[in-house]
Design a protein around this ligand. Structure first.
Ligand code: ARG
Length: 463
């Protein structure tokens, strides 16, 4: 048997010349995939345990390999492990070090396994635990939003469509809309678990193996639910990466929407919310400025999240099935998306804890733009047996009149109103009250204060 020379490539008997220095530079992924060391070591330990149970390797060799792998893990944890670029990736770096520690018996670790199934196994384990970290951060953010929502159940503001004042709503209701989005984001991440729970280990390079391995054992030990069904598909498949990137992109898009919303509301034109000094920055020239930079950061970062999703889609579209080097780029994409998203979730959480509503300004703005016009139309339908379309026309005439006389709806005289609709009585005035309008929206999911209270309570118990 040829001895493993540590300073040489594993394939040096076949590929006789050293690869070009340029290839070493671009072909190595160790700087990135060293993040997978824990998953890789865990996978190798379970793999050799299975090889022993199946009588493929001896008890002694299994123990030697596990000893070496545990030692490597400690070295990496203590920053005492030397990563080598020429060994390409985390898998070969660990295998090479194993040879140094336990000698030639390290050569058994790669029996009935290939880096092709090894890397997908590592990645799936990593994404599974990262998904949990993301969802924990989403939970934290939801809790912070619930806290502000609770303080603002009765804070009246204009609800917008087309950014034009539309109908009166509670600020708490607006915030709870984002809670719904983040709850869907969590579900979307959880949905990815079905594919992530299929164990790739044991499909080897692409065709399976002639060794009598037990994939159910490694499945159980590594926390998967079932082994994957087709060996070729398993080493080619990065759909689970796409699912992760898509879920991250949608979550990122929600972060960007709320960021944009808050930037608008924090602008001097709107002035509906204030940010404490902790989450704003100043200007280098304009001494008076307080800028919502953190929110802008969130909005900007959505771009890299989308970019990563599109990079991965593009990488996959061109390659036939089974393994190709193109796939190595998935790590950079996944890690960047994850790091960015975690950062952004933490940032929004911090912003939320440093945000307050400018209640006076909100009510003032809600007093503009005839927010209760729809309430008047509804009132006419209910009290004067009109079709909604007729009531809508009458109300439009009343709004025109108010606009012409530069008055708010509630400032119109009953006699003026009766010129347009003779059946109207003084009773109609209560319809123009913003609080009454909000209270009346009792339909399930509507903005009534009672509805919001119930929703906040429901989610406080749930999360
Ligand atoms: N570092 C490689 C990757 O991430 C591992 C798989 C390598 N397999 C191979 N046949 N070159 O994709």
């Amino acid at each position: 048997m040829t001895k493993n020379k540590n300073n040489q490539a594993i394939w040096n008997t076949r590929v006789k010349k050293k690869s070009s220095s340029l290839y070493k530079k671009v072909g190595s992924s160790i700087d990135l995939d060293k993040r997978l060391y824990k998953e890789d070591i865990m996978g190798s330990i379970v793999h050799v345990e299975m090889l022993f149970r199946q009588k493929i390797i001896s008890f002694k060799i299994k123990n030697k390999i596990i000893y070496g792998l545990n030692k490597i893990e400690k070295e990496i944890l203590k920053n005492k492990f030397e990563f080598h670029k020429e060994y390409e990736d985390i898998h070969i770096n660990i295998e090479k070090r194993l040879f140094e520690i336990i000698g030639e018996d390290a050569g058994y670790v790669h029996t009935a396994r290939s880096r092709n199934d090894q890397v997908v196994t590592d990645l799936k384990i990593w994404i599974k635990s990262s998904t949990k970290k993301i969802n924990n951060n989403i939970d934290k953010l939801i809790k912070s939003i619930l806290k502000i929502a609770e303080k603002n159940i009765e804070t009246i503001m204009p609800g917008f469509t087309h950014l034009k004042n539309a109908q009166a709503v509670s600020f708490g209701h607006y915030l709870m809309a984002y809670v719904e989005m983040f709850i869907r984001d969590k579900r979307r991440f959880e949905n990815g678990m079905t594919s992530l729970n299929e164990n790739p280990l044991g499909v080897s390079a692409l065709s399976g193996t002639s060794f009598n391995i037990d994939r159910n054992y490694t499945t159980k030990k590594l926390g998967f639910k079932k082994p994957t069904n087709n060996s070729i598909d398993t080493v080619s498949d990065r759909d689970f990466v796409l699912d992760f990137l898509y879920s991250s992109s949608v979550c990122s898009m929600h972060l960007s929407r709320i960021a944009e919303e808050l930037i608008i509301w924090n602008s001097d034109g709107f002035n509906l919310v204030s940010l404490s000094d902790k989450v704003v920055t100043g200007s280098s020239i304009m001494p008076q400025k307080k800028n919502p930079d953190l929110l802008e950061y969130l909005r900007g970062k959505t771009g890299s999240s989308y970019g990563n999703l599109f990079s991965m889609l593009t990488i996959l579209k061109g390659i036939p099935i089974s393994y190709f080097k193109d796939l190595q780029d998935d790590k950079q994409i996944i890690f960047n998306t994850f790091d960015t998203l975690i950062n952004c979730l933490k940032i929004l959480d911090e912003v939320m804890n440093n945000l307050s509503s400018n209640k006076k300004e909100m009510t003032k703005l809600a007093g503009m733009g005839y927010l209760t016009a729809t309430d008047l139309a509804d009132y006419l339908v209910k009290n004067h047996s009109m079709t909604f379309r007729n009531a809508y026309q009458k109300t439009a005439l009343i709004v025109n009149l108010a606009e012409k006389n530069k008055k708010k709806l509630e400032e119109l005289d009953i006699t003026e109103l009766q010129k347009i609709e003779p059946k109207l009585t003084k009773d109609v005035i209560k319809v123009f009250n913003l609080k009454n309008s909000i209270k009346s929206k009792k339909s399930y999911g509507g903005t009534s204060f009672d509805n919001i209270k119930k929703m906040i309570l429901k989610y406080k118990k749930q999360i």
